[in-house]
Design a protein around this ligand. Structure first.
Ligand code: GLA
Ligand code: ZN
Length: 678
């Protein structure tokens, strides 16, 4: 990332909106941002209406001035294209830019992320604007990155979308016969005789809630189509910039595990991944780590940009708690610990009006650097200078991969039955958190990624097995890998049609089991099972399975109900490796104990063993044999850890001998080890 742009440290800065302020404020901003140790601003995120006042008239003079000012102050720029909000005049003149919502209501101008992704007007003018910006600012060598639109999101159900959906389907299925078969349209008399008969599946059609549908295959394809439609908008701008600046580094800011866009597909078209990290009050730290690991996984382990975080407070939560002293620094380093090469904020100067006026900022309404927040930011700025290039581009080495898949997510949650408690993210988080809380490095990858580097691959609720992905897992296991999956797996293929012949379908021989039935438990009801002498709860869904070639590894099966004694945990040996099956959802203790045993068996060690709440990750660089440990104390109280070897404390600039080290509450240590000769 940014290798060609002479970047020699973690870039520090964020969203800056000088267009909201008179020019005399700009000078003061520059002074304060420099004082805070900042070196990058993201400009022009929401300026389309200012840049283009009518179809023919563009005004770049103000942006020119801002660019000059920023350059004069030696700041780098992340240049946004402004296309997340179309101008009001455009909506009035060309209503096709306005979305139709899920209820079928035509939207009016207002809000943001409000343009129809299949609007010919939106596509035309957003592409033109991106091209014009690229031409105008191509010679600024302080532009290190281009930032297309902002947080793509939502969906549209207008006629243009419907038309393009039909074209998308024609490209995918070629014939209506094929589509009818692939969607099982004989069900409820849905046979289509003409492409024009197919409509967008919204509340007027197949849906009775956003995630509830009578006809999963069409809803699933509409999700894929919407994600692709927005990606096409992104790609139009991407290409327009690349045409002018072939070596531009281009991104768009992603949002955590955002359900409606398939980020694995998006990342293929991004030069680097960037994302906006806004943990909710009290969010467990492992949940935030999980999002960082996804972002790193989207592009095969490449470092990513932390594009936005709040310096202190958000405005969109029901209760917007302040980040406690030290927490902004802690969360910044948490991003770096998981692969970020930038630390950036929303926003530089706190806006005076509209819905974000109470959102935290580097420079608050008082306009003074004499604030707690500013001082913490400036202190971090200093530290990042000290760190220099030492962490840039470092990779994370992990022997564990977790498979994540958007189609699987959509498929599971569109499902009518067996239980409304099916929650892919929750199940995934249970496994991830158990590993993260014990300081195992985890990669999050797509089922299409290579499994070669891993010893253990975990695919919680792997409901939809697409294409030959089962074969990839089979090969992985045969060659000595350990695979783990759970209840409600292997049920369907890519169009959500059940794989006939017994669950878990294409995974059946790998797991050596046959699942005959599945029992859904209401939230207040548990079953239970025993593993290595301890009893754990069985919740949500209980698969009733028969072992074929697998062996049962829990002690007594389910402990109650008519399926008492049916196996809960199984292991199947295949080739050099084996595959585990966990037939139900359980509690945190179970995941902690079971995954620890599995890691031991696979000879995978945690980065470091620490007290609860102290997170440790590592990044390394093969070329010079450097390994860096990030030790993050998420607790308010001091904690003591034990270092196995001598190392260098990069923030303090001192050598530390092996042995005990104490971290204050919320403190961070960045420790460098030499693992081998360079
Ligand atoms: C998002 C957006 C920003 C801003 C912040 C506020 O991340 O990209 O423009 O609205 O949220 O938290
Ligand atoms: Zn539309």
């Amino acid at each position: 990332m940014f290798e060609k742009k002479n970047v020699e440290k973690i870039l520090y800065g964020g969203d800056y909106n000088p267009e909201q302020w008179p020019e005399d404020v700009w000078q003061e901003d520059m002074r304060l941002l420099k004082q805070a140790g900042m070196d990058i601003v993201t400009l022009n995120v929401f300026s389309w209406a200012l840049l283009q006042s009518s179809e023919e008239e563009y005004h770049f003079e103000e942006l020119d001035k801002i660019m000059e000012l920023v350059q004069d102050h030696g700041m780098k720029v992340c240049m946004a294209t402004s296309t997340a909000v179309h101008p009001a005049w455009m909506a009035r003149k060309y209503p096709d830019v306005l979305r139709v919502d899920f209820e079928g209501r035509k939207r009016k101008f207002g809000g943001r992320a409000n343009s129809c992704p299949n609007s010919p007007t939106y596509r035309k003018y957003s592409r033109i604007l991106a091209g014009k910006l690229a031409k105008r600012y191509r010679d600024y060598d302080n532009i290190v990155a281009w930032h297309i639109s902002n947080e793509y999101s939502g969906a549209c159900y207008c006629e243009n979308c419907e038309k393009n959906f039909r074209l998308w389907l024609q490209k995918k299925y070629h014939t209506l016969d094929n589509l009818n078969q692939s969607w099982n349209t004989a069900f409820w008399g849905h046979t289509f005789y003409d492409w024009e008969e197919i409509v967008a599946p919204d509340m007027r059609s197949e849906h009775f809630a956003e995630d509830r549908t009578y006809f999963q295959p069409i809803s699933l394809d509409y999700r894929r189509f919407m994600s692709d439609s927005m990606l096409e908008c992104y790609t139009l701008e991407y290409d327009a910039i690349k045409e002018v600046i072939p070596d531009a580094e281009i991104t768009t800011n992603l949002m955590d595990f955002y359900k409606t866009l398939d980020y694995f597909r998006w990342a293929k078209k991004m030069d680097f991944v960037s994302w906006d990290c806004y943990p909710e009050n009290g969010q467990p730290y492992a949940r935030t780590s999980m999002a960082h690991d996804l972002m790193r996984g989207l592009k095969g382990g490449q470092s990513f940009a932390l594009m936005e975080q709040t310096p202190t407070v958000s405005n969109w939560l029901p209760y917007n708690a302040l980040k406690r002293p030290g927490v902004m620094r802690l969360l910044s380093y948490q991003a770096v610990a998981h692969g970020a090469d930038t630390v950036m904020f929303f926003q530089m100067r706190q806006s005076a009006g509209a819905c974000e006026k109470f959102h935290g900022a580097v420079i608050g309404h008082a306009g003074t650097p004499e604030t707690r927040v500013f001082k913490e930011i400036a202190a971090l700025g200093k530290e990042l200078k000290t760190l220099g290039a030492s962490t840039l581009g470092m990779r994370t080495r992990s022997k564990i991969a977790m498979l994540f898949d958007w189609d699987n997510w959509w498929g599971i949650e569109f499902s009518a039955g067996p239980t409304k408690e099916l929650d892919y993210m929750a199940e995934f988080t249970r496994y991830y958190s158990a590993l993260r809380n014990k300081n195992y490095n985890v990669d999050i990858v797509s089922p299409e990624d290579s499994l070669e580097p891993y010893a253990l691959v975990i695919a919680p609720v792997y409901y939809m097995v697409k294409g030959d992905n089962d074969e990839r897992i089979r090969r992985f296991v045969r060659r000595g890998g350990t695979f783990l999956t759970t209840f409600f797996s292997g049920m369907v293929q890519e169009n959500d049609l059940v794989t006939l012949g017994g669950y878990p379908g294409k995974l059946r021989d790998i797991l050596g089991i046959w699942v005959e039935e599945e029992d859904a438990l209401p939230p207040e009801q548990d079953n239970a099972f025993c593993y290595r002498g301890k009893t754990y709860p069985a919740r949500i869904l209980c698969d009733l399975l028969h072992t074929e070639t697998a062996e049962q590894i829990d002690e007594k099966g389910y402990l109650s109900d008519f399926y008492q004694g049916f196996p809960v945990l199984t292991r199947n040996r295949m080739g050099e490796g084996c595959a585990y099956f966990v037939a139900t959802s359980s509690g945190d203790d179970f995941y902690r104990d079971f995954l620890r045993d599995l890691c031991d068996e696979c000879h995978i060690s945690p980065v470091l063993t620490t007290p609860e709440g102290v997170e440790v990750t590592s990044r390394c660089r093969e070329e010079d044999g450097k390994e860096i440990l990030f030790v993050l104390n998420h607790n308010e109280r001091p904690e003591t850890i034990t270092l196995p070897r001598d190392c260098t404390d990069l923030l303090a600039g001192i050598q530390i001998p092996a042995g005990e080290v104490t971290l204050e509450g919320y403190d961070v240590k960045i420790l460098s080890f030499q693992t081998s000769e360079a």
